[in-house]
Design a protein around this ligand. Structure first.
Ligand SMILES: *Cc1c(COP(=O)(O)O)cnc(C)c1O
Length: 431
């Protein structure tokens, strides 16, 4: 069982004789034990098992195991959203007084999380360009830096990150590289193979793929040597009094420490687990992920090529296009394709972009991407309206940018609808 296509179907769950073929939804908040000692061992982290679904649930763990296999990681957990995944991944190793180095080309929600909410918690971030040189990256580090963060393909600007460069810089400064791999999914890129230590996902996007369930996931590569940098990561390398002095990095090793701590501490205290119902729906999406990603990428490329030669379109961002500044990085990291999302600008700026969005018949206006249905959004007027114009520029999101997420409809129908909507946009802004 080696190919990703097969892991999408078979990974994570191996029913024994007479057991259900589909992953069971364990709709139970609690679990029964025969003795105080048996249950006490769980609370001491001496035995593994389930006791309360705020921390862990069998359905979630089964689906997490599939995602771990797809990413090539040692352990994984599901969270209630992609936001929770990124927060937990960072907060598991950063606290008040710590510092993060992050790519500026990241999802708007993550930008808010890091630059506003985590700043209020005393965690500072230095943002660097996704195209930063090694020297520029080095200059961003401080003695209290605890992690480097980036996105494989940025939502919505579609810049491709040089994963090896960012991972190497992180490692040379003794910290892990955390990467949000939502857009390519492991079908198109497995960041762990390029040096990433922790991979996060908004499973709400392609992994679910049907607008059915909000969710997130965190995967640990199981390679980062916490003990070698023990002074930086006391939460993993010194005793946790709330579990009778367990030292996560010693008890659970490189493979298990990060996810065990995030489950035992963060899920216990912050309670952002995915519901077993949502995990079940996510698993249905994962079963067809490889098939769907190929189709999303094929349509994305066809739409990008069509837009590129359209007279009303002034710029197209799609890493699969040869003219795209990120094409070389895409060929290295995303040889099978990038994603189904195409960003472009129409002559006429914000007004024309909004007119196009409203006229697009096949697509729906939705705060969503990476879905079976084509979705269309003008980020500056919607998801990114909290950002100032300079921040928008820095994140690669001009005010007139249209983010078009190509769904699974026939490419010819989508392209015909795009042409009609462009015509409407031209006519409206000409008057
Ligand atoms: C949507 C998204 C998130 C946030 O995920 P939610 O599931 O909406 O909380 C994080 N990162 C990226 C790249 C996203 O596209």
């Amino acid at each position: 069982m080696t190919t990703l296509d097969t892991l999408c179907i078979q990974g994570g769950y191996d029913p024994k004789q007479g057991e259900p073929r589909q992953v069971p939804i364990v709709q139970s908040t609690t679990f029964r034990y025969e003795s105080a000692d048996a249950m006490g061992a769980l609370f001491d982290l001496e035995a593994s098992g389930y006791f309360y679904s705020r921390l862990q649930n069998p359905t979630c763990d089964t689906v997490a195991a599939k995602i771990a296999a797809l990413e090539g990681g040692s352990a994984a957990m599901l969270t209630g959203s992609g936001q929770a995944a990124n927060f937990f991944a960072l907060f598991n190793i950063c606290g008040c007084g710590d510092h993060i180095v992050a790519s500026s080309a990241i999802y708007g929600g993550t930008f808010n999380l890091i630059s506003v909410t985590m700043a209020k918690m005393g965690i500072e971030t230095t943002f660097v360009s996704p195209t930063a040189t090694r020297a520029e990256l080095d200059a961003a580090f401080r003695p209290n830096t605890k992690a480097v963060f980036g996105e494989t393909i940025c939502n919505p600007s579609l810049q491709v990150l040089d994963i090896e460069l960012f991972a190497q810089a992180a490692h040379d400064h003794g910290v892990p590289f955390i990467i949000d791999n939502t857009f390519p999914t492991p079908i198109n890129c497995r960041p762990i193979e390029w040096g990433a230590d922790i991979v996060t996902h908004s499973t709400t996007k392609y992994m679910d793929g049907h607008s059915a369930a909000v969710g997130g996931a965190i995967v640990d590569a199981g390679r980062f040597d916490w003990m070698a940098h023990a002074d930086k990561f006391p939460g993993l390398t010194t005793p946790d009094d709330s579990y009778h002095g367990v030292v996560y990095a010693q008890r659970f090793g490189r493979e298990g420490a990060f996810i065990t701590k995030a489950t035992a501490q963060l899920m216990r205290d912050l309670g952002s687990i995915q519901s077993p119902q949502s995990a079940y729906l996510l698993n249905l999406g994962l079963e067809s992920l490889a098939v769907r990603m190929a189709r999303h990428c094929e349509t994305g490329l066809a739409v990008a090529q069509h837009l590129q030669q359209h007279p009303a379109v002034t710029a197209v961002a799609y890493p699969g296009l040869e003219a795209d500044p990120f094409h070389a990085l895409a060929q290295k990291y995303l040889p099978k394709g990038s994603c189904g999302v195409v960003s472009f600008q129409i002559a006429g700026g914000r007004a024309a972009a909004c007119a196009f969005m409203e006229a697009l018949e096949v697509g729906i206006i939705a705060t969503h991407v990476a879905d079976a249905r084509t979705c269309c959004l003008v980020p500056a007027a919607t998801t990114h309206r909290q950002m100032t114009d300079p921040q928008l520029e820095a994140a690669g999101i001009p005010a007139g940018l249209v983010r078009l997420s190509c769904g699974l409809e026939a490419a010819e129908d989508l392209i015909a609808a795009i042409d009609r909507a462009l015509q409407v946009a031209i006519e409206k802004t000409d008057n």
